[in-house]
Design a binder for this molecule. Structure first.
Ligand code: FER
Length: 278
């Protein structure tokens, strides 16, 4: 009798803890995205890499963390923009360098490089004219080759980056969320940490994304799917979540208050980054 109630109690505690782990996600604390002058800061640079896929040099931004040293080795997060953006979209609207600097100051994230590419792999990759034009939308799919064949090798040859799957993360917002799920789940030999924030209609069907649950389970360290509850694109996140649940592939499905905007995506980065490379 005593053993039974004890087991019951431990079970209850375990249940409460696993729920709390999810519940801990919420609004990031006030000030998470405010510049603090009294802490060490990372650095943002613009880089240019030769793209064999597009046939020209292409731009990206890279954030190196506070205390960055070429004598160390770092994991890399590739962080992708949305349909109306380019390599500067996250930097201008999301200020990931400030969010990450603040998290470092609190010891809450692992030191990592963050690469902000231009995910529209075409000759003129600016977000001008009709950004929904089919040629431009196709260029978001084409970026898979540019990322794998050109950008990642360039980063790994020119920065002190780890070069194995377990040290590569891929995440993005909206079109970039769809890209992250498509390219990440489609190339599990290359990425272990995958995040789709408010993923767009470019997100492939769940059956195509995760045809082999056991294989996905064996390769994934983190699969993160988040969306604002007022975002009409939530259907693409929800259908993947439901498929993963059915096939028992561990993942985080985080529905938060909000729409299709940077308030949601900054909050996502705040939580997602804390789970990486640990
Ligand atoms: C669409 C609706 C939204 C679509 C793309 C988006 C390609 C992307 C939005 C974003 O990146 O913010 O029908 O089709």
């Amino acid at each position: 009798m005593k053993t039974t109630s004890c087991t019951l109690l431990i079970g209850l505690i375990a249940l409460t803890c696993s729920c709390l782990a999810q519940d801990k996600l919420g609004a990031a604390p006030v000030g998470f995205d405010k510049l603090q002058t009294n802490i060490p800061h990372g650095k943002i640079d613009t880089i240019s890499y030769p793209s064999t896929v597009v046939g020209k040099d292409r731009k990206a931004l890279i954030y190196t963390p506070p205390g960055f040293s070429v004598k160390k080795k770092y994991p890399v997060l590739y962080l992708l923009h949305g349909i109306g953006g380019d390599e500067k979209e996250w930097f201008i609207n999301g200020q990931p360098h400030i969010i990450l600097d603040n998290l470092y100051a609190e010891g809450k994230i692992e030191p990592m490089l963050v690469v902000l590419p231009n995910g529209r792999a075409m000759e003129d990759d600016r977000a001008v004219g009709n950004v929904f034009d089919s040629v431009k939308v196709q260029a978001f799919a084409r970026f898979e080759q540019d990322l794998l064949q050109d950008l990642i090798p360039f980063i790994e040859q020119n920065y002190p980056a780890y070069t194995d799957q377990e040290h590569r993360a891929l995440a993005g917002l909206s079109m970039g969320g769809g890209q992250s799920l498509n390219f990440g789940l489609g190339n599990l030999e290359s990425f272990a940490w995958i995040g789709g924030f408010s993923s767009a209609p470019n997100t492939k069907m769940p059956e195509e994304l995760v045809p082999d649950a056991a294989y996905a389970k064996s390769k994934l360290k983190l699969l993160w799917i988040s969306c604002g509850d007022e975002d009409r694109l939530i259907t693409f996140s929800r259908r993947l979540h439901e498929h993963l649940e059915k096939d028992q592939v561990p993942h985080i499905y985080y529905v938060e208050p909000g729409g299709h905007d940077f308030k949601v995506w900054k909050n996502d980065l705040y939580w997602f980054s804390q789970k990486l490379f640990k």
